[in-house]
Design a protein around this ligand. Structure first.
Ligand SMILES: *[C@@H]1O[C@H](CO)[C@@H](O)[C@H](O)[C@H]1NC(C)=O
Ligand SMILES: *[C@@H]1O[C@H](CO)[C@@H](O)[C@H](O)[C@H]1NC(C)=O
Ligand SMILES: *[C@@H]1O[C@H](CO)[C@@H](O)[C@H](O)[C@H]1NC(C)=O
Ligand SMILES: *[C@@H]1O[C@H](CO)[C@@H](O)[C@H](O)[C@H]1NC(C)=O
Ligand SMILES: *[C@@H]1O[C@H](CO)[C@@H](O)[C@H](O)[C@H]1NC(C)=O
Ligand SMILES: *[C@@H]1O[C@H](CO)[C@@H](O)[C@H](O)[C@H]1NC(C)=O
Length: 550
């Protein structure tokens, strides 16, 4: 009896706590996901629209806002959205990847509920399954700093979101057919800026307007499938102020290389002759350069943009040198998700080193990609659900790959899940022995990108890590025949996707999951499964395990 009363009181108390935490404002969205005909490269094709828009609507939020998005799937295929860079602290239930969520069945809806806790910056959301990203469904997500927390630059006159990405003039179903039948996607057909492909010398409506003398913030993200892009604005310098959630040292750049999945916030001063200027995005590291433009117009300006575009850099050494100039501004105040754990990250001892070597191979004659000999496949039961229902052993094996990869050129197809010890400080080395450029992302975390270097990694390379002011971010590139080292504390309980952002590679298995379990089984470390979570695979119809109450 007494125990029951205490339990009830505890539940009331928790309900109260949730409500008090819920004092942070809520933003509500209803999104209708449909097909629609779009012609970004002049050829009509099937696109994925959100509330009729391509790209999708932008979410404009402030740190700690609660975001509620009710997504209605009106496609003919299961669908999921993921929120790239949103950390979902204690809440991988909202991550929207096949390892954590059942896909939203056609004709049904699912409501994502998450808080952008202690985050600032420029982010994106995009479809995570079935190559839907090739058809659209992506958009921007801004997280402003709360008024209490100063930003290390004056308020810009306005802010503009710039979604750049390569594009294929074929439907996602055709492209998926290529991959399913074992052939690669091949080269993209063009590049888009906010869903359009402007040509030099061909009349375009201005995409953005600037008033002379004022300064504007551009939030630039690469939402493409494959190509790294160089971003530049005729006649203007780009002042980098933020990168994937961290205030950076504010260097000026002529142009920036933006790899797939990365986001940069830059300030641009309208300090040139009042006329039109081209904003340019062009592919890097592909045999043929694809270029697209958009117009920035000065208010009351006169004169067309010069048709002479600023040149793109050549070669990847330029890009590597640019990476080395990126520094975290250590004195800027900012919302930091885990300030104690990793602010002075250079002083923390590494407890585990995981080397992930990407590879490409043919399995049963079909193209597959993977890490350390395993090409990931998503089981019908999401990994997180299998684990939560204590049925993991029926669905997948932990640790099928080794931290030290063996020399192997073959791949086996199976779920790839690594077991992490809660709160361990881990070093991950992404090793790329191939001739192509890679881009890697981790859900649920920011990591310190302490080194990106050519050649082969060995423990002595640690001497040259940036252990002082590496930028805390969520996506890092790895150049051809190079490696990247990242450091992070696995303190966010959940099941988290680690993936190639090169979309055909991730679709064909170059991804894995980090299972981070808190031994405490406590609400302090992880939220209970939300009421509205659909159950599928072997957990369909099962009663939910008893919730954590403390
Ligand atoms: C979504 O859009 C489709 C097509 O325009 C329409 O038929 C449907 O009623 C819309 N659904 C909602 C929930 O708005
Ligand atoms: C976005 O939110 C910020 C902060 O609340 C606000 O100042 C700004 O006007 C909003 N922008 C748009 C386009 O709604
Ligand atoms: C689907 O949308 C309705 C409102 O139209 C909402 O009440 C319901 O909770 C949503 N379902 C899920 C699973 O989020
Ligand atoms: C870092 O942030 C501080 C505090 O806002 C600012 O004064 C300083 O100019 C910034 N430093 C650099 C190098 O950008
Ligand atoms: C890190 O490791 C060194 C050498 O093993 C040890 O002396 C030091 O106390 C450790 N530091 C921490 C913070 O655990
Ligand atoms: C996962 O890691 C924890 C902590 O190191 C350990 O107790 C547990 O046995 C591991 N589980 C598996 C399946 O490897």
């Amino acid at each position: 009896m007494a125990a029951e009363v205490i339990l009830k009181l505890t539940i009331c108390f928790l309900a109260l706590m949730v409500r008090v935490q819920g004092g942070d404002p809520y933003l509500f969205f209803t999104w209708n996901v449909t097909y629609g005909t779009i012609s970004p490269l002049g050829v009509p094709q099937q696109g994925i629209l959100i509330n009729g828009q391509f790209p999708g609507p932008e979410i404009n939020a402030t740190s700690n806002n609660n975001i509620v998005v009710n997504v209605f799937n009106n496609l003919d295929e299961p669908f999921l959205l993921t929120w790239s860079g949103v950390q979902h602290r204690k809440n991988s239930w909202q991550d929207g990847v096949l390892g954590t969520n059942c896909p939203i069945a056609p004709g049904t809806n699912f409501t994502y509920k998450f808080q952008v806790k202690d985050q600032i910056g420029s982010y994106i959301y995009h479809p995570s399954t079935a190559l839907h990203k090739a058809a659209g469904g992506f958009g921007g997500l801004r997280v402003h700093s709360r008024l209490l927390i100063p930003v290390p630059y004056p308020d810009p006159a306005d802010e503009y979101t710039v979604l750049i990405g390569d594009w294929y003039a074929k439907s996602h179903k055709i492209l998926r057919g290529f991959l399913d039948s074992g052939r690669p996607l091949g080269r993209p057909d063009g590049v888009l800026i906010n869903g359009k492909a402007g040509k030099v010398g061909v009349k375009q409506e201005p995409l953005f307007t600037m008033e002379p003398g004022k300064t504007y913030k551009y939030r630039v993200c690469n939402v493409g499938l494959k190509a790294s892009l160089n971003f530049r604005i005729q006649g203007h310098k780009l002042k980098l102020v933020e990168m994937e959630g961290s205030h950076t040292v504010q260097n000026l750049y002529e142009s920036l290389d933006v790899h797939i999945g990365q986001c940069f916030s830059i300030l641009v001063a309208a300090d040139q002759d009042p006329k039109d200027y081209y904003m340019v995005a062009s592919t890097r590291f592909l045999k043929e350069v694809q270029t697209t433009t958009a117009i920035i117009r000065y208010k009351n300006g006169k004169g067309e943009a010069s048709t002479e575009l600023p040149p793109a850099p050549i070669g990847w050494a330029w890009s590597l040198n640019q990476f080395r100039t990126f520094r975290w501004n250590l004195t800027a105040s900012a919302a930091r998700p885990n300030p104690q754990g990793s602010y002075r990250y250079g002083a923390i001892n590494i407890t585990r080193t995981i080397r992930l070597v990407n590879s490409v191979s043919r399995v049963n004659g079909k193209l597959r990609y993977g890490f350390n000999g395993v090409s990931h496949t998503d089981p019908n039961t999401p990994l997180k659900l299998a684990e939560y229902f204590n049925l993991a052993d029926k669905v997948f094996k932990y640790n099928v790959i080794k931290d030290e990869p063996e020399k192997t050129t073959t791949l086996t197809i199976q779920p790839n899940v690594l077991n992490m010890t809660f709160r361990n400080f881990v070093e991950i080395i992404f090793e790329n022995h191939e001739k192509s450029l890679q881009s890697y992302h981790i859900d649920g975390y920011s990591f310190f990108a302490v080194a990106v270097e050519p050649g082969t990694w060995s423990p002595e390379k640690r001497e040259n890590y940036n252990l002082l002011d590496a930028v805390s971010r969520h996506t890092v590139q790895v150049f051809p025949k190079s490696w990247a080292a990242i450091l992070l504390t696995f303190d966010n309980a959940g099941m988290w996707n680690i993936r190639s952002e090169i979309w055909e590679r991730t679709y064909l298995g170059e991804q894995l999951y980090a299972s981070v379990l808190s031994p405490e089984k406590s609400l302090r470390d992880e939220y209970n499964i939300p009421e509205n979570t659909p159950l599928c695979g072997i957990v369909a119809g099962l009663p939910k395990p008893s919730p954590y109450t403390i």
